[in-house]
Design a protein around this ligand. Structure first.
Ligand code: AMP
Length: 394
């Protein structure tokens, strides 16, 4: 019987899942169910055998529980004698309390549920995944792996806002997200370029969600994301950095309330809102519409400004890493970010960049530039195994 680790990443309308050997962490397969509801789509890529993709009925993909059952049935077909030893969950918010992954017992579950107001668009869905997995695997430990935990070692000044101090103490502070991605990518950088990984590194996670992180010796010292997943860089549908005065204006002069502001800020801004074309970078980048061109220019500008800010926070720059969908694939975006950055020690190799090579900087570049694909699922599996092993020893 193959003992396996299942990883789950439950979003608002999707469920990503992957299966790994509990012993070797070799991957058995991964997939996702998107557009949960009446017409959900399943895609599954087993490590061996043909990929699967088809539309699901409401019974198969109507909600997280149904989707998880379908995911498992799909996995089971590709993995005879499936025995799930533990389930690792991506949990977006660990608040002030969680600086490392945690075994989810009743106390931890209640603490995670209490954080729902801090991440209303993510945390409730993450916890729906936990409930679904508990119901289907009552005997398997459930492990919470946090997007915030990697940033919990920041200095006060890196996490503070200029609000009354009591608010900071209550938890109104910068948390930073995408931590599982940063942990994975900084681990890969240590393998690829061990002489650099201990230095001052900026990782740009540029996907549908986007943020940047400054790391010293593999540890996060600053992040562009703050209290929520809205801050920092512009994203697919989120605005990034914004003057809170603009929100006061929308509320007092334009009749917005919390619900309509939430909808605006999470769903109607970013590349989609600014370009009017799409939230998808490929479509915006390919569009000749002047608004799409403006949206690209703004995205690039925000990344460049944050790169300078993070380099200042780090006291210099020893390497820049691009990751996630846009960072891994868009040579144009990477070139636009790096052009004229010689003052920061960055000189791109145009041919290597076009080829999506692992190292895309010229030999003369004082700070090398890398493209390193992220793998949050692999990091969740590693952390899950660590927690399960530690709980066995104690
Ligand atoms: P992620 O959230 O990491 O899956 O990234 C999604 C983003 O990556 C979307 O905006 C996509 O348009 C973008 N993306 C994915 N593949 C490519 C590609 N081959 N070239 C440019 N952008 C891409």
């Amino acid at each position: 019987m193959t003992k396996s680790l299942l990883t789950l990443n439950a979003g608002s309308s999707s469920l990503k899942f992957a299966l790994f050997s509990a012993e070797t962490l070799a991957e058995h397969g991964r997939g996702e169910i998107e557009h949960l509801g009446a017409q959900a789509r399943l895609a599954f890529r087993p490590a061996q055998g043909p990929a699967i993709a088809h539309t699901l009925s409401a019974e198969e993909g109507g909600d997280h529980h149904a989707a998880l059952k379908t995911a498992l049935a799909t996995i089971a077909k590709a993995t005879p004698h499936l025995d799930v030893a533990a389930v690792g969950h991506r949990i977006v918010h660990g608040g002030m309390q969680f600086s490392k992954p945690a075994l989810i017992d009743e106390t931890v579950y209640a603490a995670l549920a209490a954080l729902e107001p801090l991440a209303p668009l993510h945390q409730p869905h993450n916890l729906a995944g936990v409930r679904a997995a508990r119901a289907l695997f009552p005997g398997a430990p459930q492990i919470a792996c946090f997007d915030t935990a990697f940033h919990r070692g920041h200095d006060f000044a890196a996490d503070a806002y200029g609000l009354p101090r009591a608010m900071y103490d209550e938890g109104l502070r910068r948390y930073g997200f995408h931590g599982l991605s940063y942990e994975y990518v900084s681990g890969r950088l240590r393998e690829i370029a061990p002489e650099i990984a201990g230095g001052r590194v900026v990782i740009a996670h540029l996907g549908n969600g986007a943020s940047m992180c400054g790391l010293r010796d593999g540890r996060s010292v600053a992040s562009t994301m703050g209290f929520s997943t809205l801050d920092g860089l512009m994203m697919g549908t989120r605005p990034g950095q914004l003057d809170p005065g603009a929100l006061l204006y929308l509320m007092s002069a334009k009749g917005y309330d919390a619900a309509s502001l939430t909808d605006l800020l999470y769903h109607r801004c970013g590349l989609a809102g600014l370009s009017g074309v799409s939230n998808d970078w490929r479509e915006v980048e390919a569009s000749a519409s002047p608004r799409a061109v403006d949206a690209v220019a703004y995205f690039v500008r925000r990344i460049r400004v944050e790169l300078g800010g993070l380099a200042a926070a780090l006291g210099g720059l020893d390497a820049l890493v691009f990751t996630a969908g846009i960072g891994e694939h868009s040579a144009n975006l990477r070139a636009a970010v790096c052009i004229g950055m010689e003052w920061l020690g960055i000189v791109l190799d145009a041919a290597a960049n076009r080829a999506n090579a692992q190292r895309i900087s010229a030999p003369t570049s004082r700070a090398p530039v890398f493209v390193i694909p992220t793998d949050e699922e692999a990091r969740i599996a590693e952390l899950t195994r660590e927690v399960v092993d530690a709980s066995r020893r104690s």
